[in-house]
Design a protein. Structure first.
Ligand code: HEM
Length: 368
């Protein structure tokens, strides 16, 4: 966290109060119940407006891409996209895009090779993005991940809008992906954009959804898989989990709780109101510090599993609850299975990523 956000992380961590106005940044919320209250109050707090995600993403992706929508239009688009995240569709997507790579990971680790789990996660994320965008298999490479994280790397808490040159780079990258997506949309149903057409999305909606998936669903996973591996190895939990598979799901939840790959959510205040003891006015930016709220419950502990109380707050809550959660969970389970096949793994080197939005390792080398 500190490597990714050397100023914001210590600043936000130092705040002891559950809610506080931080000059120049907004109203900071660190308490899980208050944070959930804001997320559930969609008429009072919006993803559209000053300081909200719309400031960042509307200029890049257009006005109708889920993560900057509210109300009936948002609900209608989510309903149309629902079948793409149904278990049968997700399982097939993950099996087709990651099956071979995960078998290869399992074999290399079992053979005693040194494996950089970050490189593996980036390649896997690129393979999944390629499916979502409708890219042909022969154009998949981990460059795709680098291009996506170049866009999110422009974002920081203190910089709520992209600059002109950053916007030009972001639009360039997404329009290149968009060209593939449009071709796939106009083709048959074997691609995700093609399937979107069959589900009744018009071309603009499908392109927007592809952009939203690319921006939300890649770095989060590339951040989480190596962080989960590092926690399991550092804490000695990897061999314990290999012996007691009943604790796999609590371990994944606990890992998500203590790492919170999407550490902060933003909202813009619509009506004058109070959050805890702090009065908010229309236009106030609300910074929901999920990472801090989640960590209030203590250290990683799959046996006690305090994460169970949080109703998956790491995926958000209410109408914007992470649409890709089933896809994320399928990817996490698959990779964790590969690690559990070599329970004596150790970390031979690690390096945190700097200048990124989503805290991550730049490399995490594992060996049996
Ligand atoms: C561990 C991985 C992930 C985490 C922790 C995560 C977290 C989140 C959170 C916290 C939100 C809500 C943001 C808010 O309310 O402001 C969200 C929304 C979203 N996520 Fe994820 N996400 C993950 C993976 C994915 C994946 C793989 C996809 C794939 C497509 C995805 C797609 C989305 C979309 C489209 C939204 C916007 C939903 C809406 O506004 O209606 N996410 N995610």
């Amino acid at each position: 966290m500190r490597a990714a956000h050397p100023l914001a992380y210590p600043l936000l961590s130092a705040v002891r109060r559950p809610v506080m106005r931080v000059p120049g940044l907004g109203v900071l919320v660190k308490d899980a119940a208050l944070l959930r209250g804001v997320l559930m109050n969609t008429s009072g707090f919006s993803k559209n407006g000053p300081g909200a995600p719309s400031d960042l993403w509307t200029p890049v992706l257009g006005p109708s891409v889920l993560l900057n929508m509210e109300g009936a239009d948002h609900l209608a688009l989510r309903r149309k996209l629902g079948p793409l995240f149904a278990p049968t569709f997700v399982d097939a997507l993950v099996r087709d895009s990651l099956g071979d790579a995960t078998r290869d990971l399992t074999e290399r680790l079992a053979a005693g090779e040194r494996v950089d789990l970050v490189a593996h996660a980036r390649r896997s994320a690129s393979a999944v993005i390629s499916r979502l965008v409708g890219l042909e298999d022969d154009v998949i490479d981990d460059e795709l991940f680098a291009r996506v994280s170049a866009i999110t790397g422009f974002v920081s808490l203190a910089r709520p809008r992209l600059t002109g040159p950053q916007l030009a780079v972001a639009r360039g990258i997404l329009s290149e992906l968009g060209e593939h997506a449009v071709r796939a949309y106009r083709g048959d149903e074997s691609t995700v954009p093609g399937r979107m057409r069959a589900l009744g999305l018009d071309e603009r909606e499908a392109l927007g959804a592809v952009g939203a998936f690319v921006l939300t669903g890649t770095e989060t996973i590339v951040s989480y898989l190596p962080r989960l591996a590092a926690i399991l190895i550092d804490s000695g939990w990897l061999p314990r989990l290999a012996r007691d598979r009943d604790l796999v799901e609590p371990a994944i939840a606990e890992g998500l709780r203590v790492t919170t790959p999407s550490p902060v959510m933003l909202r813009s205040t619509v009506h004058a109101d109070r959050i805890g003891g702090v009065a908010v006015r229309p236009g106030d930016r609300v910074i929901l510090a999920t990472f801090a709220a989640n960590r209030e419950l203590g250290e990683f502990d799959p046996a006690a599993n305090p994460a169970a109380q949080l109703k998956q707050l790491w995926f958000g809550a209410g109408v914007h609850y992470c649409l890709g959660a089933p896809l994320a969970m399928a990817q996490i389970r698959l990779t964790l299975d590969a690690l559990l096949a070599s329970p004596s793994l150790r970390i031979t080197s690690r390096r945190p990523a700097r200048g990124v939005l989503i805290p991550s390792y730049a490399s995490l080398v594992l060996e049996r």
